[in-house]
Design a protein around this ligand. Structure first.
Ligand SMILES: N[C@@H](CCC(=O)N[C@@H](CS)C(=O)NCC(=O)O)C(=O)O
Length: 222
């Protein structure tokens, strides 16, 4: 029995999408974020860290998107439809699977936190100062680093349709941060990233996952 603990506006959409790509039967357990955007305590009852996604298979709980994707691929993708088997494509698969969470997501999350410094619920009088600090940190620290990463990903996608050979779970892992990246103002144009995203969101499994997810598969509440 497979159960996906799915938090709205979160990385767990990756796993919902992967389950649909594999055509598996599963139970979807939905969780809403609290007002401060953190996960509800109910997720801590499933795993001590209380982060999403969490996949439960016959009572065993698996955390971390990349680990879950690897688990699903190795157990249920018998024909290796979603992972290259050798060579450069396999190296790329491992690289992008881990780059997404190890390098790209930390900058995106940090940028999101800096953006919150200029918004409610911070009181207006303080918000003026914290918002200015947030903008300064973004300009001096985040913007140059994100710009480097955009250039790197753009270069890869200029020469490759997908991240690792044919469509694979590396693409599933990378799509979530790319959707977030496209929403950050003051970054360079991303024509190849846009092309890639349009291509993968047109997949049937992605659309089914969107229909099943209460947030419609969005990365953040607007
Ligand atoms: N590296 C982990 C990150 C897990 C994570 O931080 N998930 C976020 C959702 S996108 C979460 O649960 N946030 C709620 C919180 O921190 O309270 C993964 O890829 O699974």
């Amino acid at each position: 029995m497979i159960k996906l603990h799915h938090l709205e506006y979160s990385r767990s959409f990756r796993i919902l999408w992967a389950l649909e790509e594999l055509g598996l039967n599963y139970e979807l357990v939905n969780y809403q974020r609290r007002k401060d955007l953190s996960a509800p305590n109910a997720l801590k009852a499933v795993h001590p860290l209380g982060k999403a996604p969490l996949l439960e298979v016959d009572g065993e709980v698996i955390a971390e998107s990349a680990v879950i994707l690897e688990y699903l691929q190795s157990h249920f993708d018998k024909d290796n439809q979603f992972k290259p088997t050798e060579g450069q494509a396999l190296n790329q698969y491992h690289f992008w699977l881990h780059f997404a969470e190890g390098s790209l997501m930390p900058y995106l999350v940090f940028t999101l936190v800096m953006q919150q410094l200029g918004k409610k619920p911070i009181p207006p009088i303080v918000r003026t100062l914290t918002g200015a600090i947030g903008k300064q940190v973004f300009t001096q620290f985040m913007q140059p680093r994100l710009t480097e990463q955009v250039a790197f990903i753009e270069q890869h996608l200029a020469n490759n349709t997908f991240f690792a050979g044919d469509f694979s779970f590396a693409d599933v892992q990378m799509t979530f941060p790319l959707l977030g990246l496209l929403e950050i103002p003051n970054l360079p144009a991303m024509p190849n990233i846009e092309r890639f995203v349009q291509q993968v969101v047109a997949r049937d499994a992605y659309k089914t996952a969107q229909q099943k997810s209460p947030d419609g598969g969005k990365v953040a509440a607007k």
